[in-house]
Design a protein around this ligand. Structure first.
Ligand code: 6PG
Length: 264
């Protein structure tokens, strides 16, 4: 007797659409589930790196999307198992404002994570955004921290990126000179397409050398740009996130809303 029972739809309706992006695309039901999936990837990477190299180089972005995730890293008991004491915390980009300015990315990340995680102060690395040579200083700090590793492992281990509504990521903004930087690991970025204030940002050479890159883009307001990045013919000068092509793994952490095709 064949079982004619209809195949049940996924518990919460039809399976979500998956934009044809490069890398792995993880479409979660909602932001909470997306944060859980991202957290699981982060835990896996952190423990693997500490087990094999004794430390973990983590770079985080600013912006509003990751804010709830950063809070969960401090409030969810599961993340107490992250090896914070072996973690070096870097910041993907920074605005040229003082640390106590509302627009400082480090201010947000320091308040939520550095103050509560147990990361040794010497392993919390802000960009000194008010120094004229902030980019060069940060590059020296990165290279000094990496120098303790084998040459093949002198890179970031886990990078969390966001995506702006204009296709920027980090502070790599459309039509800027920073997009053509192929030697420096960190550089300045300013110009008419840059949301003020002027920025300091990690560059493609550093980001694309990373062991693992995660892009967190959630909510319906991200959907048009996700669709355009996935299906459009724009080049990376127009949409800088299109040149995030890491030699390691790339995972897009989306939710149903940000993965939805145009017109629903
Ligand atoms: C910044 C971030 C930036 C951010 C995107 C998305 O300094 O603003 O590093 O790259 O990730 O602008 O920001 P939202 O998450 O707020 O949409």
């Amino acid at each position: 007797m064949t079982n004619d029972a209809p195949i049940p739809l996924a518990p919460d309706g039809p399976s979500p659409s998956v934009p044809p992006l490069w890398g792995r695309v993880q479409v979660s039901a909602d932001p909470h589930e997306a944060a859980e999936a991202l957290g699981s990837d982060l835990m896996e990477q952190a423990h693997a790196c500490v087990a094999s190299m004794g430390d973990f180089h983590l770079a985080l972005s600013g912006g509003s999307t990751p804010f709830p995730f950063y809070q969960s890293l401090m409030t969810d008991p599961m993340y107490r198992r992250l090896p914070w004491d072996r973690t070096h915390l870097w910041i993907v980009d920074e605005r040229r404002v003082p640390f106590d300015h509302p627009k400082s990315n480090w201010r947000q990340i320091h308040e939520i994570i550095v103050d509560h995680s147990g990361i040794p102060p010497a392993q919390a690395h802000p960009i000194e955004a008010m120094e004229q040579d902030a980019a060069a200083r940060y590059e020296r700090a990165l290279r000094a921290a990496f120098s303790r590793r084998a040459v093949t492992e002198q890179r970031l281990d886990f990078v969390l990126l966001g995506m702006g509504d204009n296709g920027h990521t980090a502070s790599l903004f459309p039509q800027t000179a920073a997009l053509r930087e192929r030697k420096l690991l960190v550089c300045d970025c300013d110009g008419p397409t840059v949301t003020p204030p002027a920025r300091v940002t990690m560059t493609y050479p550093l980001l694309n050398a990373a062991r693992s890159v995660a892009v967190l883009a959630l909510g319906s307001e991200k959907a048009p740009m996700i669709h355009r990045v996935a299906t459009g013919s724009d080049d990376f000068i127009a949409l800088p996130i299109k040149n995030i092509r890491p030699s390691g793994t790339l995972v897009w952490h989306l939710d149903r809303a940000s993965a939805a095709p145009p017109n629903g």
